[in-house]
Design a protein around this ligand. Structure first.
Ligand code: GDP
Length: 206
């Protein structure tokens, strides 16, 4: 189990497969709040915590799950198990769970892994957040690479059990491009959930 968590009351977590742009997004979010990040290149198997003591608030970038070239299967399974345990343990503290996906690739990956005895990671994690009553936002990243935007987003919505049109779920589905710094839909969606929990004081981070 990950044991690096600072003891903070409120938390927002980022989860997602590796290479979806989680670190890029994290830099974008924390950069917006003028927080100097260390940055740790390479495959990360431990969470990165961005900690604001005075606010009693932490944003956690959990390690990427799913296939990573050069990472053996048992290590990947350990990581996923640790992520699940982490979410279970801190569910009461986590105000929003941001599931980051690659907007260009997500639907194809989901479809490739949908079978009788297989649930795709992203679908599983989305469902798991709901099971734990953690408000979920899906940051659909790399939208700069997507041409058929509405069609893609409808397909993804459908795979997640959200009946299209996707625009009905703009507090859940946030099309963004972390690399280009266009993340307003994500900020809006996160704020929606913070507001519902009477935590407008944390708007300054999003
Ligand atoms: P992580 O493994 O999820 O932390 O992913 P990274 O943040 O390291 O990004 C993986 C790759 O995706 C890098 O080459 C990034 O430059 C690229 N990337 C991240 N965000 C975007 C985006 O919004 N658009 C595009 N086109 N590429 C992105």
């Amino acid at each position: 189990m990950f044991d690096s968590r600072p003891n903070r009351d409120a938390e927002v977590v980022l989860i997602g497969r590796s290479n979806v742009g989680k670190s890029t997004l994290m830099r974008e979010i924390t950069g917006h709040s003028k927080f100097a990040t260390g940055g740790s290149p390479g495959v990360t198997t431990k969470p990165n915590h961005y900690d604001w003591t005075s606010e009693d608030f932490v944003i956690t970038d959990l390690p990427g799950f799913g296939f990573m070239s050069g990472t053996p299967k048992d290590v990947r399974e350990d990581i996923k198990r640790n992520i699940v345990q982490y979410l279970e343990e801190y569910a009461d503290n986590i105000l929003v769970g941001i599931l980051v996906v690659d907007g260009k690739a997500a639907v194809d990956i989901i479809d490739r892994h949908s079978g009788d005895d297989e649930i795709p990671h992203d679908v599983e994690m989305f469902g798991f957040l709901q099971e734990l009553d953690i408000p979920a936002v899906v940051a659909v990243n790399k939208m700069d690479k997507v041409d058929d935007r509405d069609e893609r987003l409808d397909d993804l919505a459908e795979r997640l059990g959200l009946y299209p049109p996707w625009q009905q779920f703009d507090h859940i589905l946030a099309p963004i491009s972390a690399k280009r710094g266009t993340i307003q839909p994500l900020n809006d969606a996160v704020r929606h959930h913070l507001h519902e929990q009477k935590r407008d004081d944390l708007f300054k981070f999003f």
